[in-house]
Design a protein around this ligand. Structure first.
Ligand code: FAD
Ligand code: UDP
Length: 363
C-alpha cells in the first residue's frame, strides 16, 4: 500500500508528490491526460516550446517560492509586456502612462489623473462588481475600449455579474512601466516548464492516461491517503449541482515567418473578435528560429467532459463550492488541493505555496 495516491500531475500534485517522496513516503501519481504537468505542459516544435494550455508566465513576490522553483530549473529574464489591440490600434498594458498617452495624447501623470478623476465620478462607495471596480480604477474610456469587450467574452457574462477582484489582478500605474506584474520575481523556465515538472516528478511512479474517477474501485484502497486535484464537484458526481467553469479552445498555427507580432501576447479587446489573445510562443524565450508558432485563445462555454480552465467565482458558485468543501472535509483520508479542487483562481506560485503548506502539515 502506498502512503499517498496523488490524482493529477499539475503543479499541486507534482509538488506534493515530490515533497512526500523526499520525506521517505511512497507515492503513486495518476494523470488522466497523456502527459504530466497539467496546464503548464509545453510541446516542443521546431525548437519552440508551445504553451499548450495558454501562456504561462511565472511571477511571484514570495522569495521562498522563487528559491524553491529555482532549485529545479533556472529562469530567464522574461518580463510580460502584452499589448492590447482595439479597432486597429495598439495600446500598452497594463494600464499605465503609455496607455494613457496613447488614448488621450497627454504628457504628465497629473493630466491622466485629472481625466480619470472625472470619468470615475459615477462610482461612489465600494465597487460591487467588476464593472464598477474597473470604472473606479481607470474610468470609462479604458473600461469601454480595453476591459468590457475582453472581459465579457472571456467570462461569457456581463461585467456587472462578475466579482470585482478579477480586475484587481491588473496593476494601474501612473508611470511609464509596461511590466504586467508587480511581483519582485518573474521569468520563464529555461528549457521550458516540462523541465520543472520532470524534476519534481523524478523518481515518482506516475501512470498517465488513467482517470481516477472512472477507476475508483481499482484505486480507492491502494493508498492510505488520496490527494485529489481534479474538480471537486466531479469528485462528488455533481450530487449538489454543477459548479461553473470557463472553457477555452486553442488554435495553433505554424508560420513561415521569423517574427509575427513582435511580442509574446496580444490581447484582442473587442467583443466582436472571437478570441481573447494571440500568443507567439518563441518570444517567451527570445527564440531565433526561422519559423514561428502562434496560438489563438478562444473562450468557450464549459460542458461536462471538457477541460475546466477557470473557476467562475460568482457568489452563487462560491456558495455551492462551500457546500462541496463541507463534503470534502467529511471525506476520510482525502485531501483536496489545487485550482480545481479548491475552486480558486490560483496563479502558479499560489498553487506551489498551497501544496507545500499542505504537504508539510502532514509529514
Ligand atoms: P492543473 O494544472 O489543472 O492540474 C490538475 C491535473 O489533474 C490535470 O493534469 C488534470 O488532467 C488532472 N486530473 C483532473 N481530474 C483527474 C482525474 N479524475 N484523474 C486523473 N487526473 C485528473 N498562472 C500563473 O502563475 N501565470 C500565468 O501566466 C498563468 N497563465 C494561465 C493561463 C491559462 C489559460 C490558465 C488556464 C491558467 C493560467 N495560470 C497561470 C494558472 C496555472 O495554470 C495554475 O495555477 C496551475 O497550473 C494550477 O495547477 P493545479 O495542479 O492546481 O491544476
Ligand atoms: N482584462 C481586461 N483586458 C485585458 C486584460 C485583462 O479586461 O486586456 C481583465 C479580464 O477581465 C481578465 C482579468 O482582467 O479576466 C484578469 O486578467 P489576466 O491577464 O490576469 O487573466 P488570465 O491571464 O488569468 O486569463
Amino acid at each position: 500500500m502506498y502512503d499517498y495516491l496523488v490524482v493529477g500531475s499539475g503543479l499541486f500534485g507534482a509538488v506534493f508528490a515530490h515533497e512526500a517522496m523526499q520525506a521517505g513516503k511512497t507515492v503513486l501519481v495518476l494523470e488522466r491526460r497523456d502527459h504530466v504537468g497539467g496546464n503548464v505542459y509545453c510541446e516542443t516544435k521546431d525548437g519552440i516550446h508551445i504553451h499548450k494550455y495558454g501562456a504561462h508566465i511565472f511571477h511571484t513576490s514570495y522569495e521562498d517560492i522563487w528559491n524553491y522553483v529555482n532549485q529545479f530549473v533556472k529562469f530567464n529574464n522574461f518580463i510580460n509586456s502584452p499589448v492590447a489591440y482595439y479597432q486597429g490600434h495598439l495600446y500598452n498594458l497594463p494600464f499605465n502612462m503609455n496607455t494613457f498617452r496613447e488614448l488621450w495624447d497627454i504628457v504628465t501623470p497629473a493630466q491622466a489623473e485629472a481625466i480619470i478623476a472625472v470619468q470615475r465620478r459615477s462610482i461612489t462607495g465600494t465597487p460591487k462588481n467588476l464593472e464598477e471596480q474597473a470604472i473606479s480604477l481607470v474610468g470609462t474610456d479604458i473600461y469601454m475600449k480595453l476591459i468590457k469587450g475582453y472581459t465579457e467574452k472571456q467570462w461569457g457574462r456581463s461585467c456587472s455579474e462578475l466579482p470585482a477582484f478579477i480586475i484587481k489582478r491588473l496593476p494601474v500605474r501612473y508611470t511609464f512601466d509596461n511590466n504586467y506584474f508587480n511581483d519582485r520575481y518573474q521569468g520563464i523556465p529555461i528549457g521550458g516548464y516540462n523541465k520543472l515538472i520532470e524534476a519534481l516528478l523524478a523518481g515518482v511512479e506516475v501512470r498517465t492516461g488513467v482517470d481516477y474517477l472512472k477507476e475508483r474501485a481499482l484505486y480507492r484502497n491502494v493508498a492510505k491517503t488520496i490527494v485529489y486535484t481534479g474538480s471537486i464537484d466531479e469528485y462528488f458526481d455533481y450530487k449538489l449541482g454543477q459548479l461553473e467553469y470557463r472553457g477555452l479552445h486553442f488554435e495553433t498555427e505554424r508560420l513561415e515567418e521569423v517574427n509575427h507580432q513582435g511580442v509574446a501576447v496580444v490581447n484582442y479587446t473587442e467583443r466582436d473578435v472571437p478570441y481573447t489573445r494571440i500568443i507567439e510562443h518563441k518570444h517567451f524565450e527570445s527564440g531565433t528560429q526561422p519559423v514561428t508558432y502562434i496560438t489563438r485563445e478562444y473562450p468557450a462555454e464549459w460542458k461536462r467532459g471538457e477541460e475546466a480552465y477557470y473557476p467562475v467565482n460568482s457568489e452563487q458558485n462560491q456558495r455551492l463550492y462551500q457546500q462541496y468543501a463541507i463534503l470534502g472535509r467529511q471525506e476520510q483520508n482525502v485531501i483536496f488541493g489545487g485550482r480545481l479542487a479548491e475552486y480558486k483562481y490560483y496563479d502558479m506560485d499560489d498553487v506551489i505555496k498551497s501544496a507545500l503548506e499542505c504537504v508539510h502539515k502532514r509529514l
